[in-house]
Design a protein. Structure first.
Length: 190
């Protein structure tokens, strides 16, 4: 069963990775770098600040930082427990895939997918009623994580597992944040 699942995962990876072309490699290299998302983060931060004020935005950023840290540690734990080789380093498929970028760390599961989904889930649950089209926030993890397949760094199962981890950690942090809002008056709106 596991062998069949991994085989299907590899076949899907080869298909999705093969959709790329040298023409778009530069674009996907830009998309995959976190620093290039700073304008998006600043816009998001500004919109949130306008809704909840400076003090509560500061607390929210603290929770986001803890969320990313926790998700990162969970990801690293799984990577070192599972030790799945990245597609770009897999000798069985390396000659037939497009390798745009190489990393030597393990593949399962994607930290990019887990972190972006965790933050998106957390923020969506908090602000879905305040912003009409806030669901579009989930385009960020979709685009960001697909870049990892395009570049040859992750299998689809790595991405989906990262999404699942992100959904769970984002939801749990949302619950902790809601509890903290009720428990501590310092987090109340200004």
């Amino acid at each position: 069963m596991l062998e069949k699942l991994l085989s299907l995962d590899t076949q899907l990876f080869i298909y999705l990775n093969g959709l790329g072309s040298e023409t778009y490699d530069g674009l996907w290299l830009i998309i995959t770098k976190q620093v290039n998302w700073i304008p998006f983060f600043l816009l998001l931060l500004y919109l949130i600040y306008k809704k909840i004020g400076v003090k509560q935005t500061g607390y929210l950023l603290l929770f986001v930082a803890v969320l990313v840290l926790a998700t990162d540690q969970i990801t690293n734990l799984f990577k070192y427990m599972v030790q799945r080789e990245r597609p770009c380093n897999n000798p069985e498929i390396k000659s037939i895939i497009r390798v745009v970028q190489v990393r030597n760390s393990f593949s399962f599961f994607s930290g990019h997918a887990a972190n972006t989904m965790a933050v998106s889930t957390f923020l969506y649950l908090l602000f879905k009623k305040q912003f009409k089209y806030f669901g579009f926030l989930f385009l960020w993890p979709l685009i960001f994580a697909y870049s990892r397949i395009y570049l040859g760094l992750h299998y689809p199962l790595d991405i989906l597992s990262g999404y699942l981890c992100g959904l769970i950690t984002g939801y749990l942090m949302y619950k902790v944040y809601q509890w903290a809002l009720r428990r501590f008056k310092v987090l109340k709106e200004e």
